[in-house]
Design a protein around this ligand. Structure first.
Ligand code: FAD
Length: 394
């Protein structure tokens, strides 16, 4: 029997109380005001949550997780987002860990899972390449056997936080003669191995958190392959399902919507607060209604009512991202020309964005540009729509 409403309400109170006392004010300030967070910020929060025993919110108890129900996980994630907590980076906890749990060897589980849980290892995702994004199975980074090692040559692209990571989960081609989906393997690569070069890419929003990663005769022990050779595509797809669901961002959008309403109450147009302009309010109402509908969709999924889990994941991503894009667009319309003050130096400083004056314009401008990214990563919007059409319209 699913836990009662009373149980879930009690759980929500518990996590909200924890967040009130445990979330450092500096971190909250940065998150709520759209300032830059670095590795130490993310790790600081990860360690606090780990000490509480909640870092593995989606993990089973046998691996040190909480064993929470999907509804509890949702309540926790939403409470974190509303409180202004940094996100726990998904690459380890939510992406490679489920693959290792499902397909890894006993020694891989013992070696990697505790360090993922504690935040001691920072993982990055080596899937995309210059010639393989949406068409991921075309990837050409080559791994050839040499004794008890693979020798890896090639290039990954758009690798988020490769500059921080000490491990990469990586798709490589181990059989170039097979049908393309069947010649791929899933390797765990130590980023300190000789022959790896990480080069940052400057993005539209001025950030340098995504990278090109080059492999030049990089030796990877065979024991670092997850599962069977040439079966990596199965594991890769398993992982992508986990990635898409988390991008919907219902809690984050609720926090941003609240910010937008405060902004509308403070900014003035032709002498009146924006909040008294019916056209402006209609835009806010439209996005709020869509957000409520998205939450209902998510809750139906959590209650196991979705007809198809893959369709639901794609729908949550497409709808969730549309909402995030629109909220940030309305925000910069509220700010007006001051948004042209885009300056990453400002966002990287710890300067308080203390009022709703022009001091918040630069972070909002950067945020607007930054929120164009999710429509591309984790499977581009057009690809999600193709998936939906195949499942629902076939
Ligand atoms: C900020 C950011 C972070 C990222 N982080 C990572 C990471 O950590 N690790 C990683 O491996 N990758 C990462 N990526 C890469 C991301 O997964 C790819 O960019 C994405 O899969 C799209 O691939 P592509 O860039 O090669 O574009 P393409 O696949 O070339 O697509 C270009 C355009 O064509 C459209 N298109 C392509 N095929 C079709 C089709 N069949 N039907 C209709 N439209 C189509 C796409 O929707 C898109 O609009 C990141 C990307 C971004 C922007």
């Amino acid at each position: 029997m699913p836990p009662s409403q009373e149980f879930n309400d009690g759980f929500r109170k518990t996590v909200e109380q924890f967040l009130q006392t445990a979330l450092p004010a500096e971190l909250r300030h940065k998150v709520v005001n759209h300032l830059h967070l670095g590795k130490e910020d993310f790790l600081r929060w990860h360690r606090i949550v780990h000490r509480q025993g909640w870092a593995g919110a989606s993990w089973p108890v046998e691996y040190g997780g909480t064993g929470w129900t999907p509804m509890q996980q949702h309540i926790w994630q939403e409470a974190c987002a509303l409180a202004g907590a940094p996100i726990i980076q998904p690459f380890g906890i939510n992406m490679v860990a489920p693959v290792i749990m499902a397909y890894g060897s006993t020694s891989q589980k013992a070696r990697f899972l505790p360090r993922i849980l504690s935040g001691d290892d920072w993982w990055c995702q080596g899937y995309s390449e210059p010639g393989a994004g949406s068409d991921l199975a075309s990837l050409s980074t080559r791994a050839e056997r040499d004794g008890d090692h693979y020798v890896v040559n090639g290039q990954k692209n758009w690798t988020t936080f490769a500059q921080y990571a000490n491990w990469m989960f990586c798709l490589v081609r181990t059989d170039p003669t097979a049908v393309k989906q069947q010649g791929i393997s899933f390797l765990l690569i130590d980023m300190a191995t000789p022959g790896i070069t990480v080069r940052p890419i400057t993005m539209l929003d001025g950030e340098r958190d995504v990278n090109e990663v080059f492999f030049d005769n990089v030796r990877v022990p065979l024991e670092n392959r997850v599962g069977e050779e040439n079966k990596g595509w199965t594991y890769a797809k398993f992982l992508l399902g986990h990635e898409r669901t988390s991008i919907a961002g219902v809690g984050r959008s609720k926090r941003e919507l609240a910010f937008l309403k405060r902004l509308a109450a403070t900014r003035r147009s032709e002498g009146h607060p924006l909040a008294s302009n019916p056209l402006f309010n209609a835009r806010i109402a439209d996005v709020e209604i869509r957000l409520m509908a998205l939450e209902l969709l998510l809750l139906e999924g959590l209650e196991g009512k979705a007809a198809d889990a893959n369709a639901l994941a794609s729908m949550l991503k497409v709808k969730g991202i549309g909402i995030q894009e629109d909220i940030t667009e309305i925000m910069i319309d509220a700010i007006g020309p001051a948004v042209a003050l885009l300056d990453t130096a400002y966002n990287h400083a710890d300067t308080p964005a203390s009022s709703f004056g022009d001091d918040i314009a630069a972070p909002l401008g950067q945020q607007y540009l930054g929120y164009r990214k999710p429509a591309v990563y984790g499977g581009a919007t057009e690809i999600q729509k193709n998936i939906l059409a195949k499942i629902l319209l076939a």
